[in-house]
Design a protein around this ligand. Structure first.
Ligand SMILES: *Cc1c(COP(=O)(O)O)cnc(C)c1O
Length: 452
């Protein structure tokens, strides 16, 4: 074994600035639109978002300084380690090198804390005292609950009802940090009541929970809404992942040929890959691949169109890959990947052929995750297993061709709260859920019509 199994940075090497990919995109991002086709002004977004976050959302400045207060909290887990998966390489018998950036070291167990801390901070300095949000699998809700406790903000989390029932310990974790957690749909909002009137036993969805959280934030002056993925400012905050990784690879004199990251709303894809995009634009041969589930195949089977970010149509329309805002994802265990849409930035770069995407089936992801856990020790989040699965496939292709590629992936979180999913897999109770074409066409037929 070489000495480079674990590649660490000093605390002083925590990035001082986030990287804003908008400054370097070949084309400006598509505007956010209202249903009448007019551009949604920044002011309108300030009704539910902190002013600094809205400014970041539309900023074209390449580097945005990370406030000291945020870097101080980042020090709890950043810089996060980069590992070389040498034991996995040996087991696979591949000539490829495999690196992974481990974000499960944050107190909430995933990369989501990188943006949660920033969002709570900017709301705090704007005089906001309450935050609402949604959570599916619970990782974002946990991250925001942690951030709320650090800045003394009240946090209310609308948690998708199936997850609320399936993942009681994620709920306890949020409550430990002082958050209030409600199973969505609730009867507290108009959005929740509308859904329940149609389907009293609705299992909920991320789209519905977003509607509830947005509606509440819009109705109260002391309250803002926060989103754990998708929006430009969230991807911006996550670029600490890629910026650190670049430095870590430089330390060992290496550079990736291909990067994989699991893709739900696109925040860890953007966070890891955007800092490598400028190199690609400058002619560097590097492939950037977002990996999504076959059961929620937003990039690989969705349509590039204007759609709402929530179920009820309360958010602005975003130009993104979408399965349709009333898409009901099957109950797969990578809950963090069950979203109908995707980041507009990731969507545009994918549409322009700069990023690639690939879909993998549930059973293969658990098989890969378990192989990884046995080799490397860390039990990955089911979401992360998607990137692992793609990375192992690539390493095995290298074995066939004899190419000594450098493969890198984001290990976006640990799976300690997902052991019931592992349990089901180990007991042969999991299936591959392929999203049926007819259901996809049905939800796509309800895309909003934007007048021009
Ligand atoms: C939320 C989550 C994801 C997917 O979200 P992105 O915004 O696409 O990054 C992936 N992995 C983990 C561990 C998550 O918590």
């Amino acid at each position: 074994m070489s000495q480079h199994t674990k590649i660490l940075l000093e605390e002083s090497e925590i990035p001082t600035h986030w990287y804003n990919v908008i400054a370097d995109m070949p084309n400006p991002p598509s505007p956010y639109l209202a249903p009448d086709g007019t551009q949604v002004p920044a002011d309108a977004m300030m009704a539910i978002f902190a002013p600094d976050l809205v400014e970041q959302e539309f900023s074209t400045q390449r580097w945005i300084e990370i406030p000291t207060e945020i870097r101080e909290i980042y020090r709890l887990w950043r810089p996060s380690p980069l590992f070389r998966a040498q034991r996995l390489e040996t087991i696979l018998g591949t000539p490829a090198k495999i690196y992974y950036k481990y974000e499960g070291v944050s107190p909430s167990g995933s990369h989501k804390s990188n943006s949660a801390i920033a969002q709570a901070y900017y709301n705090k300095i704007a005089g906001i005292t309450r935050l609402t949000t949604e959570t599916g699998a619970g990782q974002w809700g946990s991250a925001l609950s942690l951030a709320g406790s650090m800045f003394g903000l009240t946090v209310r989390v609308y948690m998708v009802k199936v997850s609320y029932d399936q993942k009681p310990f994620r709920r306890s974790m949020m409550q430990t940090w002082g958050a209030e957690v409600l199973p969505s749909p609730t009867t507290l909002t108009e959005s929740g009541r509308t859904i329940l009137a149609n389907d009293p036993h609705s299992p909920g969805s991320l789209g519905i929970a977003i509607s509830e959280a947005v509606e509440e934030a819009a109705s109260r002056k002391d309250t803002n809404y926060t989103l754990g993925s998708v929006l430009n400012h969230v991807l911006l905050h996550q670029t600490v992942i890629g910026l650190e990784t670049r430095k870590q690879l430089e330390k060992v004199g290496d550079y990736p040929d291909i990067i994989f990251a699991p893709c739900g709303g696109g925040s860890n894809v953007g966070g890891m890959m955007f800092p490598f995009l400028a190199d690609k634009a400058a002619g560097k041969q590097i492939r950037l691949v977002a990996v999504e589930p076959t059961s929620c195949p937003t990039l690989t089977r969705g349509r590039y169109a204007y759609d709402y970010g929530d179920s009820m149509g309360l958010t602005p329309l975003m130009n993104m890959y979408t399965l349709g805002h009333d898409f009901m994802p099957p109950g797969i265990h990578a809950g963090g990947l069950r979203y109908h849409g995707d980041s507009a930035l990731v969507s545009q770069l994918y549409h322009e052929g700069i990023l690639e995407a690939q879909a993998v089936a549930q059973l293969a992801t658990f098989k890969a995750g378990i192989q990884f856990a046995k080799a490397e020790g860390i039990i990955p989040a089911p979401e992360s297993n998607h990137a692992i699965c793609a990375a192992i496939d690539e390493a095995l292709r290298c074995k066939e061709t004899g190419e000594a590629k450098t493969i890198l992936f984001t290990l976006s979180g640990h799976g300690h709260f997902d052991m019931s999913a592992y349990d089901k897999y180990l007991n042969n109770e999991l299936d591959d859920l392929i999203y049926p074409e007819a259901a996809l066409q049905a939800s796509l037929s309800n895309l909003p019509i934007v007048s021009s």
